[in-house]
Design a protein around this ligand. Structure first.
Ligand code: FAD
Length: 383
């Protein structure tokens, strides 16, 4: 396993960090309080190439490799996970499945504008009554001549109220995963409505929403892949997405480590810096080891993707470990900051609130364990 970065990847990390420190880190507390990023940052992220990192140059992207993509996600996670989610859903979950499953016409229609951030996309899988059990989703798409008519509801959809395009998973066939198809639905379609869900614990800077589809008509050419292929498309997309979430979590742990080291060396109690106390070093050592472990799992999975090898279980391990480790790191970071860790003058409380959702979305920690357990035992815990 070669887990070293190339000079180009290192340079990418450096200039990405400089940009994010100026354009995101400087504003994240204010955006978190306002429950919205300043959306003017989205075109700036586009200019920096974030939305096109792994989209090939022929479709207007940078054509980068998956390791570079994970470096970008790690740096975005260190800066602000709310911003990372905006990028990773639009390009990572939606852009990449258009690339892998879209017709040439669909690629030409959407990818060049997703790659620049001009078009923001959202991923509509979860519904009010089906989350982990996404294969039993209820939104329906009925074929009428050369069109499909969509009716149903989606829940907790990142970018919902800002997006121009929604990848909607809907039932075209019988019950279960095999009856699901995927559709590229412009959010300007008549009958498409999105409502923002306010009051989230974390990721407050991004717009999470509820979507209702009432007799939304799309041409048959808006179907992505074949009828009945939708669930497979969703799972393939989430497998890669989990590596990206893991990378974002490594970024949270990195942010915690940098922040606590700086604080613990400056803050004095009992006439000595906090860093000199062994119980403080114990917590810092755990954060440091978990950062290494999270990165090793993430970049191993990214390497498997890059080499075209099976990566699903490695992705689940990376996502499960890194998200739980990010929660532990942020919790310890608050402990090291004492009372100051509990107020939003310092970023550690935000790291904890943001990290918490990473153990829930794109497959909860329990679901990741069931996927890992199935791979180990050969026995599925899913019906
Ligand atoms: P449930 O599935 O109801 O789970 C509740 C609990 O039961 C969990 O602890 C779960 O682990 C456990 N559980 C469920 N089944 C099993 C089982 N078989 N064995 C053991 N335990 C089990 N979805 C999208 O489609 N697109 C998005 O962009 C998106 N963004 C999101 C952003 C945010 C901020 C949030 C909070 C959610 C987002 N989601 C999105 C939805 C997210 O993926 C779901 O919340 C997640 O999959 C869990 O589904 P659920 O909330 O319905 O919980």
């Amino acid at each position: 396993m070669d887990l070293s970065f190339t000079d180009e990847q290192q340079r990418f990390r450096e200039y990405t960090r400089e940009f994010l420190d100026n354009e995101v880190v400087a504003h994240r507390a204010e955006w978190d309080r306002a429950e919205s990023v300043d959306t003017a940052v989205i075109p700036k992220l586009g200019e920096m190439g974030f939305f096109g990192l792994t989209i090939p140059e022929e479709y207007g992207g940078l054509g980068g490799d998956y390791i570079t993509y994970c470096i970008g996600m790690e740096e975005l996670g260190r800066a602000d996970s709310a911003v990372r989610g905006i990028v990773s859903v639009s390009m990572g979950l939606v852009g990449k499945v258009i690339l892998s499953h879209g017709t040439e016409e669909q690629k030409q229609q959407w990818l060049p504008r997703i790659a620049t951030g001009e078009v923001l996309a959202c991923f509509g899988l979860t519904e009010p009554d089906t989350g982990s059990d996404a294969g039993n989703l209820r939104t329906r798409a009925v074929r009428e001549g050369n069109e499909y008519v969509l009716n149903g509801q989606k829940m907790f959809i990142t970018n919902a109220t800002w997006a121009d395009l929604c990848l909607v998973f809907a039932r075209t066939g019988g019950p279960g995963p095999k009856g699901v198809s995927a559709f590229l639905v412009p959010t300007s379609s008549s009958g498409f409505q999105a409502r923002e869900i306010k009051g989230k614990l974390g990721l407050r800077g991004q717009a999470t929403g509820e979507i209702s589809l009432t007799d939304v008509r799309v041409p048959a050419s808006a179907r992505l892949g074949e009828e009945g292929q939708g669930f497979t498309i969703a799972m393939q997309s989430l497998d890669k997405g989990r590596v990206s979430v893991g990378a974002g979590c490594a970024g949270i742990i990195l942010g915690c480590l940098e922040t606590v080291v700086e604080y613990a060396t400056q803050r004095h109690q009992f006439g000595r810096p906090l860093a000199s106390f062994q119980l403080i070093q114990d917590m810092i050592a755990d954060i440091s080891v978990e950062l290494d472990a999270a990165r090793l799992l993430v970049y191993r999975a990214a390497g498997l993707i890059e080499r075209g090898e099976p990566f699903g279980v490695a992705a689940s391990k990376a996502k499960y470990f890194a998200s739980e480790a990010a929660v532990r790191a942020a919790n310890s970071a608050i402990q090291i900051f004492g009372g100051y860790g509990y107020i939003d003058e310092y970023p550690v409380q935000k790291y904890l609130r943001d990290a918490r959702v990473m153990t829930l979305y794109e497959g909860t920690s329990q679901i990741q364990k069931l996927l890992i357990g199935r791979a180990e035992t050969g026995v599925s815990a899913f019906l």
